[in-house]
Design a protein around this ligand. Structure first.
Ligand code: KIV
Ligand code: ZN
Length: 553
């Protein structure tokens, strides 16, 4: 990198718009969505989709609810042309879906594109040419008047050759993109858009789509919003115009730029699923749509099975949705941090059916997009006690007493530390089992029986201490008290019971009881023990043995 001062780069120029309205607006309705996956997205793939893959992808887009789908650049290659023809000839396009094709301002390409659209019910002819000063100077060596001339001539050819389509019954609409709009002088962008609008003469029933692309994202999202508001304020036929956004993501702010430009008055959004597209990608429509949804605005697109959408996307594009991608990423609903896990666990019970979504750290109900709560908490050495307790309760049904969370949390953290990585929920269960439920040494319980008389309980117990058998008898005010007294007759260290909790595990005939007992040794140390049995009394006796064995380790 250049050392400071940085002279190699210049700040992107702001827009003079003192009365800008967008900062104080909120989004209250969904825009018109147009998928450009099969054109802008596809052209950016190392291995473009085959016709079969494009067909499958098209069906997916229809299923999601897109009503406008850019299907390709049919004049650019035979495969693009054939794909368009198959969609039409095989009647694959629902009546309420318009297919869109992209074309440059050249007559032979326009004629070929019109040919590709023959027989379509609804079609959008998308015409573009580059307008920025650098494009004009470096690439086309053309003046502003030349560039306007190209666009106007292109628009005339589209209208002229498209007439046959209209006559044959196609509802044909027109879209114009001043490519690299955001790098173009605004007055010139306005002038060229007005000139194309003059040719196409939009009506209330057939509005013109003016697509204003951030072909390369150079500026901050607020400047993009200013550019859109500036244009919207000045278009003479604004009411007959659909202002469309087409952001790319070079600065990583394509989503923000789109959201702010919608506030600035744009009506329509072009983008791709998960943001596939040239360089850093096109706008990720999934994120913008679900962002709207989490603000209480239905996007009109259905992502209730996002895993399936992601599967088709990854297979057809051979790209991966990043693990941290909003909504669809592998780790999106996974909390590693202990304090986050704790907050999620504590806020979850407050979530009542029919009430606004309010679970901490999770801005959307994963179930709304077909994802599950189960994977929310995974445990590593950074995880807190709440996460471990959450897994044991939600995955395995153990509702540990609050005070036990700290003890088991430390045991699991130490284990994760030693292992060096993340623990699967089954591993957490196994450690819990080994630590508390499989404790049969040095004390092993072999037999236990109680008899009750006059509110006193007498226990007869057979235990082994270091494999040596002992028969014990004692009386107490309950089975636990009697057993603790019986153990007191042996050479084992003395202890007292501090707390006791139990609940059932499972339901019906299969149900068992689980007991948790906390003891305090004569050295002042506390230990929890746990025991499971179909007999509730025996479960608590096992829990005492478990706690005692843990203290004797
Ligand atoms: O990014 C862009 O400018 C484009 C145009 C062709 C609309 O993809
Ligand atoms: Zn693009």
């Amino acid at each position: 990198m250049q050392s400071a001062p940085v002279t190699k780069y210049r700040p992107f120029p702001p827009v003079d718009l003192p009365n800008r309205q967008w900062p104080s607006r909120t989004l209250t309705q969904a825009p018109i969505w147009c998928s450009v996956d099969l054109r802008d997205g596809n052209q950016a793939l190392a291995q473009p989709m085959s016709v079969e893959e494009k067909l499958e992808y098209f069906d997916l887009l229809v299923k999601i609810g897109f009503k406008e789908i850019e299907v390709g650049f049919p004049s650019a290659s035979q495969i693009e042309f054939d794909f368009c023809r198959r969609l039409i000839e095989e009647n694959r396009i629902p009546d309420d879906v318009a297919i869109q094709i992209l074309c440059q301002c050249r007559e032979e390409l326009i004629v070929r594109s019109i040919e590709a659209l023959r027989g379509a019910k609804h079609a959008i002819f998308h015409l573009y040419n580059s307008t920025s000063p650098k494009q004009r100077e470096y690439v086309f060596n053309a003046t502003q008047a030349d560039i306007i001339g190209i666009a106007v001539q292109g628009a005339k050819w589209v209208k002229q050759h498209g007439a046959a389509l209209v006559k044959a019954g196609t509802h044909l609409r027109f879209e114009y993109s001043p490519e690299s709009f955001t790098s173009t002088e605004l007055p010139f962008a306005l002038q060229i858009c007005e000139a194309v609008t003059d040719v196409w003469a939009p009506t209330p029933d057939n509005k013109i789509i003016l697509n204003l692309p951030a072909t390369v994202e150079y500026g901050t999202p607020n400047i993009h919003a200013d550019q859109i508001e500036w244009m919207g304020n000045r278009l003479t036929r604004r009411a007959l115009t659909i202002i469309s956004l087409h952001t790319h993501n070079d600065r990583g702010t394509g989503i923000a730029a789109t959201e702010l430009a919608l506030l600035a008055g744009a009506d329509r959004v072009e983008g791709t699923l998960f943001g596939n597209g040239e360089r850093t990608g096109n706008l990720d429509i999934v994120t913008v749509a679900l962002n709207l949804y989490t603000q209480g605005v239905h996007p009109g697109l259905d992502f209730s099975n996002i895993n399936e959408i992601r599967e088709v996307y990854e297979r057809c594009t051979r790209l991966e949705v990043p693990a941290r991608a909003p909504y669809a990423g592998e780790l999106t609903f996974t909390a590693f941090s202990g304090s986050h896990q704790d907050a999620i666990k504590k806020s979850w019970p407050h979530q009542k059916p029919g009430r606004p979504w309010d679970v901490l750290y999770i801005p959307i109900d994963p179930a709304d997009i077909g994802r599950s709560y189960k994977a929310i908490i995974r445990i590593n050495s950074q995880s807190g006690k709440g996460g471990v307790a959450y897994v044991l309760e939600n995955e395995f049904g153990f509702s540990l007493p609050k005070l036990m969370h700290k003890e088991i949390g430390k045991i699991i953290n130490d284990y994760a530390d030693a292992k060096g990585g993340e623990l699967a929920t089954q591993e957490i269960y196994d450690v819990f089992h080994r630590e508390y439920l499989d404790r049969a040494a040095p004390v092993a319980l072999q037999h236990f029986k109680t008899t009750e008389r006059d509110s006193t309980v007498t226990c007869d117990a057979e235990i082994a201490i270091d494999k040596k058998a002992h028969a014990l008898t004692a009386t107490g005010n309950g089975p636990i008290d009697a057993f603790v007294r019986a153990l007191g007759t042996t050479a084992l260290p003395k202890f007292e019971v501090l707390s006791y909790a139990e609940h059932s595990l499972g339901k019906g005939a299969e149900a068992r009881a689980v007991s948790y007992i906390q003891i305090k040794t004569d050295r002042g140390l506390t230990y929890y023990g746990a025991g499971i049995d179909t007999n509730i009394e025996l479960a608590s006796i096992k829990a005492i043995v478990s706690a005692l064995n843990r203290s004797l380790r």
